[in-house]
Design a protein around this ligand. Structure first.
Ligand SMILES: Nc1ncnc2c1ncn2[C@@H]1O[C@H](COP(=O)(O)OP(=O)(O)OP(=O)(O)O)[C@@H](O)[C@H]1O
Ligand SMILES: O=P(O)(O)O[C@H]1[C@H](O)[C@@H](O)[C@H](OP(=O)(O)O)[C@@H](OP(=O)(O)O)[C@H]1O
Ligand SMILES: [Mg+2]
Length: 323
């Protein structure tokens, strides 16, 4: 009989991607049973759980306008609050803030202040809530945002959240669709570094990314794109093709990455997240452009063993009377 039980609560899409049976096999060797939680059944009938690993982003976003999702979320929350000894990876309020780009860029901006002098930054940005063009233009000028601007939806989860645009001039601001974030585009040599965090450990994987653009403003039509067409491992887009004469950008400094991950883990109160970073080609500043909840860990063969170690560590800590 397994002595400890880990519940996984994932969307159909995430379940398909993650190969939970391989992870269950690894866990069985350590006396840990893996259970797939079905949110449509009562949690009590599926428990008890020592720990629950989840990615409830879909349910949280849908609960805003769908009573059935709200009910599923309520059931989950009730179970968690009535079972305080069950550890939740990660806490719901912590992950909820990353579903809102306004909230996540505020966290990144704060981090930039905590790590002052460490050459880490968040691109200058604005929260846009209005359709009033002159108010938007005035805010862009006041904040001295440089063109091109990248426009991202406020909601950070779901297929529509990956639809973005590159705006090259004041006239292009009419293409912004509020609520959204307008962020200065940072030239970075078309390389994105995905930093995948699992508790104390992190793994970095390079991905394709948007190519460099001349600093604006200039007369060019807004470019609309889907972020998954430019920054997935298999992405191959004209928007990521660099001029071959471009000098290569140095890889991010590992000590800086360690400092960034440590601060972010504390600021977020999370263990399973991803940070997307780029290196500014002019200043070499490490620039954080995105934080993701429980990402795909693609290209990280150690993900399962690392997750298992983290689960064991968390369970040992939670059973330690000193904690
Ligand atoms: N400020 C920026 N400067 C330069 N390029 C950027 C900037 N922000 C985003 N990008 C480019 O756009 C892509 C998508 O951005 P971002 O990571 O914010 O989108 P997302 O859809 O939330 O991503 P994910 O798939 O990680 O959830 C990045 O991979 C990068 O190529
Ligand atoms: O591992 P990376 O390349 O970072 O990719 C992740 C994306 O960044 C996320 O946006 C995906 O999650 P959403 O389905 O929440 O958008 C996320 O989807 P997943 O939950 O199916 O893993 C991943 O595709
Ligand atoms: Mg990203």
């Amino acid at each position: 009989m397994a002595s400890r039980r880990v519940g996984f609560c994932l969307s159909v899409k995430k379940r398909r991607r993650i190969n939970l049976s391989a992870f269950a096999h690894l866990c069985a060797g350590r006396g840990i049973e893996v259970v797939e939680i079905d949110l449509s059944r009562t949690m009590d009938s599926q428990g008890p759980f020592d720990i629950i690993v989840h990615k409830l982003s879909d349910v949280i976003v849908e609960a805003e306008h769908d009573s059935q999702s709200q009910q599923l979320l309520d059931n989950f929350q009730t179970y968690v609050s009535t079972h305080p000894r069950t550890v939740l990876l990660d806490p719901l309020p912590a992950m909820r803030q990353l579903l809102d780009r306004f909230a996540s860029y505020r966290i990144i901006s704060k981090l930039q202040n905590t790590l002052q002098g460490k050459s880490i930054c968040c691109p200058p940005y604005l929260e846009i809530n209005t359709t009033d063009m002159s108010a938007i233009q005035e805010a862009v000028d006041r904040k001295q945002l440089t063109y091109p601007l990248i426009c991202k939806t406020r909601v950070a989860h779901g297929s529509r959240s990956h639809e973005m645009s590159l705006i090259f001039s004041r006239a292009g601001l009419r293409d912004a669709r509020p609520p959204c974030v307008l962020q200065s585009f940072v030239n970075h040599g078309a390389v994105l570094h995905k930093v995948f965090v699992v508790g104390e450990q992190h793994f970095t994987v390079a991905r394709p990314s948007l190519k460099n653009f001349p600093t604006g403003p200039y007369d060019r039509k807004t470019i609309f794109f889907n972020s998954h067409e430019v920054s997935k491992p298999e992405s191959c887009s004209h928007l990521t093709a660099l001029d071959e004469t471009m000098p290569r950008v140095p890889a991010p400094n590992e000590d800086l990455m360690v400092a960034m991950v440590k601060e972010l883990r504390a600021a977020l109160g999370m263990a399973l997240f991803g940070v997307d970073v780029i290196t500014n080609i002019d200043t070499h500043t490490l620039t954080i452009i995105d934080i993701n909840i429980f990402p795909g860990y693609e290209g990280v063969p150690q993900f399962f063993s690392s997750l298992l170690s983290h689960i064991e560590y968390v369970l040992d800590m939670s059973h330690d009377p000193k904690h």
